[in-house]
Write a protein that binds this ligand. Sequence first.
Ligand code: MN
Length: 203
Amino acid sequence: MSQYSLPDLPYDYGALEPHLSGQIIELHHDKHHAAYVAGANTALEKLAEARDKGEFGALTGIEKNLAFHVSGHLLHSLYWQNMSPDGGGEPEGELAAAVVEDFGSVDALKTQMSQVIATVQGSGWAALSWEPVGQRLVVHQVLDHQDNVAAGSLPVFVIDGWEHAWYLQYKNVKADYVTAFWNVVNWADVATRFAKVRSVTLP
Ligand code: MN
């Protein structure tokens, strides 16, 4: 009855080397991401159980777990697709035009996202998202997996800033991870996602 499942990686564990080690990708996908998938399914099961029994004493904790694990599953699923062994370079076409419109330049976007990762307190993400109220792209400094985001925003491009994403290779120098990340960014995937979500309007 599981609602969520771990997606396969779109490349081999070592495909993003030397920028991200195969050991990191294997642990990150097979252990960390898998744990969020399991946690999301557990939260759904516990909610069904609570409804069946009419016992909602633990509801607050289960709801927190649901938000945390579903968000973790979503962001990691995006993260794998947002990277490619053939990545790097610059965005093109309508994505590039939208970035220039909303951030001033591609470099300004990259700087903002890099600074979001560098300055996040604790664990979090940088997320480029379609914000359907203002009809624009924004960058969020996501805390954990689920906090500090404008409701309704749809992420199209994320960078994982959690220590498990980089510490084995980059130790305490998180800035080097972010610098290396830009060599594997899959702008074509981001552009495809942007084209899908930009027609969403709220409210
Ligand atoms: Mn992660």
